[in-house]
Design a protein around this ligand. Structure first.
Ligand SMILES: *Cc1c(COP(=O)(O)O)cnc(C)c1O
Length: 216
């Protein structure tokens, strides 16, 4: 589905939810996609992209950035502490802050580098053992810990379980964000971004609906 169609679906969902036009940021998730497809979306003027692996992003985004000024790059996949420095140098936002050790490493590096990407705390709303993110019951304490470390926490992120109604997870994430005074909500993917917008998403992460299926 072309980029313009996704953008107009977002605009319609904003309107339907009574939200300001442009209040939802579209993160085009370019992981695994061939460079030609990514370049085509850049050429249409889109600048906000998401990648889930530091290494993969490092291989393509420095060149794209040089070619297309104004790129806004988001890390949406798990981050190992030994890649934190590289991630902080490469990304404008990190959506996968999910444990004290990583928070402490980011805080130390922020001091050293004199800058820090915008951060989102990932919440494992479905409490799935294989999935990253803090548990809902631990979210408030972890957000407080990040704030004590002076980290720029802008919001929360979740990936709902595949076999459950996503809206329940979006509503839970919105509730945790509201009681912690956070505005940012990174939620919604190709199959459910309109539902996420209805429940307050500020950042939707849409991959296959823009670029086509990923072939691994
Ligand atoms: C791949 C990915 C997406 C995009 O998924 P689509 O279903 O292709 O839109 C969104 N969020 C995260 C965290 C991802 O890893």
């Amino acid at each position: 589905m072309p980029l313009d169609d996704i953008k107009s679906r977002i605009a319609k969902a904003e309107e339907k939810a009574g939200r300001a036009p442009g209040s939802v940021q579209l993160i085009a998730v370019s992981k695994v996609q061939p460079n030609e497809r990514v370049a085509a979306v850049l050429e249409q003027g889109h600048r906000c992209f998401g990648e889930n692996k530091v290494q993969e992003a490092a291989g393509k985004w420095p060149d794209f950035r040089a070619q297309f000024p104004g790129v806004d790059l988001h890390l949406i996949g798990p981050l190992q502490t030994n890649k934190a420095r590289q991630a902080m140098e490469l990304f404008d936002s990190i959506h996968s802050v999910d444990r004290p050790k990583l928070a402490k490493t980011l805080a130390r590096l922020a001091q050293e580098l004199g800058k820090c990407p915008d951060l989102f705390v990932q919440v494992n709303t479905g409490e799935e053992p294989q999935k990253a993110g803090v548990l809902p019951a631990e979210a408030d304490a972890f957000i407080a810990e990040c704030r004590e470390l002076d980290l720029p926490v802008r919001g929360l992120m979740c990936i709902p379980p595949v076999d459950e109604e996503a809206s329940l997870h979006f509503a839970l994430l919105a509730k945790i964000a509201a009681r912690n005074g956070l505005d940012g909500l990174s939620m919604g993917m190709s199959s459910d971004f309109e539902k996420a917008i209805a429940l307050g998403a500020t950042h939707v992460r849409v991959g296959s609906a823009i670029f086509g299926e990923r072939s691994y």
